[in-house]
Design a binder for this molecule. Structure first.
Ligand code: GZL
Length: 360
């Protein structure tokens, strides 16, 4: 929008002045390619035309969920859709992410999209965006110490945690399991997804009198999940019957660790294991009974952001908060519905048909 307005003004001025002496107008946009990690660069050669330039500051590449999120953005913010995408993968480094946003400002992008690695430390950079007249759209994780952005598109992470707890309560009752001794493998420290899922599950655990033996950071990675679970198998051998993994990749690592320790899990095992995200490989594990349940976190925010930008381009005011639709999946057709925040929600029994229909 900035470029179109700028190009229009510039073009008009030049046309008027050139008309006096004959000549043509031009416009230039600076584009970019992708950058990642601490030496991330977001500069790039320009491309012409009235494309809307979007700078996307992504968390990193730590999980299947993140890959799906990035893929969705690349598909939506394409040249054929009228966009030029500048992309930065901050590799889970908050300093890199802030620098990438500063670079987008310097390049004069039309819009900035950010998935904030952590939920605090944002007011200063968002003020810089505001001063530069660049609208910011936040996706996925939340920013909790500034509201200087147009819209947020994402998930209710606490609801995901509550849903996990309510499902576990109903499942344990149906299975005649009277005592829950849980181990939690948390996501990245400071991420709102971690904070919300931890808070939601703990609320149900406290209400039901369950024991959470330990809760450690697995960094949303498979290696992190395996490392934490290896430690748990040492420290809590024979004491736990539930493992809550705050994303799919941590669950894959936890299963590897439990295999090595001779701990059985899943539908026919001694330990109930669940995950968050519900990427296709995780739903496959649920179908096969390796995992008991998975709670979806929808990574496909880009189409909703595209809608927000179209509204802004049309001079309209988008919603401040836009929540994604999400489902809960279980291996056994035992719990068909749970009530979360007073709302009845279906629990989907995973069949081959359900797996085949998964979009990511
Ligand atoms: C949640 C998202 C989390 C996913 C992880 O919305 O930020 O980060 O649950 C990802 O898989 O790494």
């Amino acid at each position: 929008m900035k470029k179109k307005v700028l190009a229009l003004t510039l073009g008009l001025t030049m046309a008027l002045s050139l008309a006096a002496c004959g000549g043509n107008t031009g416009s230039s946009t600076s584009g970019a390619a992708s950058g990642s990690g601490a030496d991330a660069s977001t500069s790039g050669s320009g491309s012409s035309g009235d494309l809307i330039t979007v700078g996307f500051a992504q968390v990193g590449h730590e999980s299947d969920w993140r890959t799906a999120s990035t893929k969705s953005a690349e598909e939506v913010f394409s040249e054929e859709n009228g966009y030029e995408l500048l992309f930065n993968d901050a590799d889970n480094d908050s300093a890199v992410q802030l620098e990438a946003i500063r670079s987008f400002i310097q390049q004069g992008v039309d819009y900035i999209i950010v998935d904030p690695i952590v939920s605090t430390g944002w007011d200063s950079i968002l003020t810089e965006c505001e001063d530069a007249g660049i609208p910011v759209i936040v996706i996925d994780r939340t920013i909790d110490d500034s509201d200087k952005y147009v819209s947020w598109v994402g998930s209710d992470f606490k609801t995901e945690g509550l849903a996990c707890g309510e499902w576990l309560k109903a499942y344990a009752e149906a299975k005649g399991i009277s005592e829950i001794n849980a181990l939690v493998i948390e996501g990245s420290t400071g991420a709102s997804a971690t904070i919300g899922r931890t808070e939601g599950f703990k609320e149900i655990a406290d209400r039901e009198g369950w024991t959470i033996l330990d809760s450690q950071n697995g960094d949303f990675t498979e290696a992190g999940g395996q490392e934490v679970m290896e430690s748990y198998c040492q420290s809590y051998a024979g004491q736990f019957n539930v493992v809550i993994c705050q994303n799919d990749n941590e669950a894959y690592g936890a299963m590897t660790a439990m295999d090595a320790a001779g701990v059985t899990y899943g539908v026919d095992g001694d330990v109930i294991i669940v995950s968050f995200d519900s990427n296709k490989p995780a739903v496959q594990h649920v179908l096969e009974g390796n995992m008991n349940a998975t709670f979806e976190c929808n990574p496909m925010a880009a189409p909703f952001v595209d809608e927000v930008i179209k509204q802004l381009e049309a001079g309209e005011t988008p919603e401040k908060e836009i929540y994604m639709e999400e489902s809960w999946f279980a291996a056994e057709d035992i719990v068909s519905e749970i009530t979360v925040n007073g709302e009845a929600m279906p629990v989907i029994h995973v069949t081959q048909e359900v797996l085949d229909a998964r979009p990511y």
